[in-house]
Design a protein around this ligand. Sequence first.
Ligand SMILES: *[C@@H]1O[C@H](CO)[C@@H](O)[C@H](O)[C@H]1NC(C)=O
Ligand SMILES: *[C@@H]1O[C@H](CO)[C@@H](O)[C@H](O)[C@H]1NC(C)=O
Ligand SMILES: *[C@@H]1O[C@H](CO)[C@@H](O)[C@H](O)[C@H]1NC(C)=O
Ligand SMILES: *[C@@H]1O[C@H](CO)[C@@H](O)[C@H](O)[C@H]1NC(C)=O
Ligand SMILES: *[C@@H]1O[C@H](CO)[C@@H](O)[C@H](O)[C@H]1NC(C)=O
Length: 580
Amino acid sequence: MGFEKSFLPALPFFFLCSLLLNNGVEASHKVYVHLQSISAETVKDLHRTGYHFQPTKHWINDPNGPMYFNGVYHLFYQYNPKGAVWGNIVWAHSVSKDLINWERLEPAIFPSKPFDKYGCWSGSATVLPGNKPVILYSGIIDENKTQVQNYAVPENISDPYLVKWNKPDNNPLIVADKHVNKTAFRDPTTAWLGKDGQWRITIGSRKKEKGISLLYKSKDFMKWTKVKKPLHSVQGTGNWECPDFFPVSKHGTKELDTSVIEGDIKHVMKISLDATRYDYYTLGTYDTEKDRYIPDKDMVDGWKGLRYDYGNFYASKSFFDPAKNRRILWGWANESDPVDDDARKGWAGIQLIPRTIVLDPNGKQLLQWPVEELETLRGKKVEWSDKKLEKNDRIQIEGISAAQADVEVTFTFKSLDKAEPFDPSWDRYDAEKLCGQKGSTVQGGLGPFGLLTLASENLEEYTPVFFRIFQDKEDKYVVLMCSDASKSSLEDKENMYKPSFAGFVDVDLTDKKLSLRSLIDHSVVESFGAKGKTCITSRVYPTIAKYTHAHLYAFNNGTETIEIESLNAWSMKNPQLMNQ
Ligand SMILES: *[C@@H]1O[C@H](CO)[C@@H](O)[C@H](O)[C@H]1NC(C)=O
Ligand SMILES: *[C@@H]1O[C@H](CO)[C@@H](O)[C@H](O)[C@H]1NC(C)=O
Ligand SMILES: *[C@@H]1O[C@H](CO)[C@@H](O)[C@H](O)[C@H]1NC(C)=O
Ligand SMILES: *[C@@H]1O[C@H](CO)[C@@H](O)[C@H](O)[C@H]1NC(C)=O
Ligand SMILES: *[C@@H]1O[C@H](CO)[C@@H](O)[C@H](O)[C@H]1NC(C)=O
């Protein structure tokens, strides 16, 4: 991913307006030259996470080249070694045996050669036959941000952690031809093998307002040629960053290597839309004859489409884990506080908890769930069952550390009769707007009910994560899920970003149940609705509800009584982060 000052494509006017009004997206793209090489004098502990992945200080963004190799998980990520805002980007490197406890190593890739002198931007790892890992990344070669694709290989394949990486002199491997926009040409994917025995990768790009995923192929991984037609493109979506393209199994739980291109599978195409800063995906078919990706007919392709996460989650990357036959997704969450605060606190950005991804049995979307290894951090536990939440009830979940917790809850209700009517004038693609209007304090029929996370005792501050159910037509229901940061902090600085993040949940309500899991960690609340159908991440900065002053509640503000069928909540321990 890159940062540019002028980035807005000519999107429809109403969309642009909501973009600028809602989230001040302009600010996030500024390059703060005056701040980018000012090293943190002190690192503020307040709001740092306990069990999310964070370096000891300074700025991080995209996860890069995640892979499993010889029993070790590798995570690389975009990192500024010199300051807490974007700049001076290198590939930082950490290794883990379980995706939770990490050891930090020295940066693996950093600017040093003509082909990456101005930056080492995002990319991916591929493990080639014969167990040979190779990284592809975007190098910046001049002050105009001209982008090329480079490779790097481990210096010593016998080193269990692959600490040192070499960038051979035959780089760059790929430069933009005259038909490719050389300043929007980045983030190569993990390669997959075609039926013709050639490797393929896709690279994010744009042509005017058309977002493009370029396709390249190679017999030997060294000499790459562009396939004339891109793998995929969509008009009016602007620049595509960090594309990801991989198979998911149609049945069962066994996931697949990226090179599995046929069989009982569907393909996922994910793009990170620079204009909106969210990660969108479609499900579809990979036509291996034409080398094109075709989204399924009912898929919405572009910024109205499905998102991995309806909150603070961007530039994600997945990899296949052969040790457990699963596909794992890493996403980055930036800060929502003003840039000056980042400079003051000495750090910015976290990696979210890695998630497994599988196809929903309904075939229409993905399901995401925190990797099972996270459960090893669960400590003290509180358990409830069959607890009633009447209208206006707010019950404290006591006995765990509410600022650093994992909560799983299943809600049930007797009837759908009290669901409020879904006003046909509401925008079906703007859940966030609806959540802004129908917040947790606006009384309803069936909902709002859910959790109040990072809450102060007297609710001066809280981040509610909740459901609200509407009746559409006859027996059709619309489930709204919100993670609302608007009351998360008494800090009310102009550039504090406190959106009412929300998504709809495509869930069958015949059994009158809805489940929610929230991972709460000081300044982040990562929530999974209906077993991972809809995910929302919020970054929040409570001033009262911090450390032991944070509280956790279950609440109902609808007229229909809600029952908590089961609730399990745990204090979360800190993982080991070695070589701090
Ligand atoms: C990061 O934070 C800002 C708010 O400061 C937000 O507007 C922006 O969209 C966020 N996301 C990314 C991926 O930069
Ligand atoms: C960068 O762009 C400017 C303006 O178009 C041009 O004058 C300059 O030669 C370019 N620099 C390089 C290294 O291409
Ligand atoms: C490569 O790594 C192995 C295992 O750590 C080590 O024994 C060997 O000395 C290393 N080789 C070189 C050339 O550094
Ligand atoms: C090329 O990409 C740059 C950077 O995103 C953009 O400003 C420019 O408009 C693009 N040009 C075309 C023709 O797409
Ligand atoms: C429920 O709604 C009432 C009335 O709007 C409000 O005062 C109260 O704070 C709400 N409760 C919660 C837990 O949000």
